[in-house]
Design a protein around this ligand. Sequence first.
Ligand code: ASP
Length: 358
Amino acid sequence: MQKNFSFKLLRSALGNTVVGGLALILAQGFLIMGCETGKVATTDGADSYPVTLVIHGGAGTISRKNMTPEREQEYRKALQHALDTGFSVLTKGGKSIDAVIAAITYLEDCPLFNAGKGSVFTYSGRNELDASLMDGSNLKAGAVAGVTTIKNPIQAAHAVMTQSEHVMLAGRGAEQFAAEHGLTIVDPSYFVDSARYEQFINRRKQQGTKDAASPDGPEKKFGTVGAVALDQYGNIAAATSTGGMSDKRFGRVGDSPIIGAGTYARNTTCGVSATGWGEYFIRLAVAHDISAMMEYGGLSLQEAADSVIMKKLPALGGDGGIIALDQKGNIAMPFNTEGMYRGYIRSPGKAEVFMYKD
Ligand code: ASP
């Protein structure tokens, strides 16, 4: 009553427009406070934003003729599990940054993908891992590059973001930092997957002394993993983790740990995670370019993503794909390769997984 009375008085004293504006400002202030306390809910009890998670497990020559039914099942199950893992963080009221870390940690531990355990080999037969993530609510970001002993590089990227003044740490410095912050450190042999190692040895025999990173091996597949999430507070986060490209040179760093190339997130535009021939993604600043086309050009998520992946990237000679998500829960997953492991999950929580073009 008291509130109504004051409101009426105020309205007659200041006029409808001013009071209307004031009410809007107060409402926005309440919403912002609500975001901070994690208590934003619409009156009907539904989530304020359509909580969504989209993931990829790499792009390349993924086609039905190269796949056995058993193998396909393994990939489908792994992608579904990653989606369920990340989505359960979101449905419990968790933040998008934690959802992408949960999904990527699972994929890093799964040897099917070229990230964490099961990563591809450098020319000299080592595993050198890169990862990054970004929080679209404040543009904070973290990354690690060329690490060989951190079990989950995505967790190290998060530690760099939250517990250092830096955005990227590389090599031994990143490993030392991860150890100091209590992350699991493993012997480099942990990352070796025997099937992947056999492929490496066979390829080495065929290639002889050719020293060039290329996705043109018998298994023309990238295999990087990525996740983009939207939480109920409207925050978008993106993350990417990879073993990089087969036969890369010692010390080569791709797009995955580079903010703006392989990963980008901004609440007002979108979140993006990329997979593909990293050198081209760096040169085109792919992830940021998609966001910028939305911000400056007013393009929709799908238009911006298609323009970069289906036009600009092939025009330069690059290949690969991206996953992207905006604050309305729109998803884009374009790729210009034969296939891309990918999937999404949103309310009511049924994971959808795809591998091929059709
Ligand atoms: N983009 C990664 C890189 O160039 C490779 C990949 O996506 O599989 O390191």
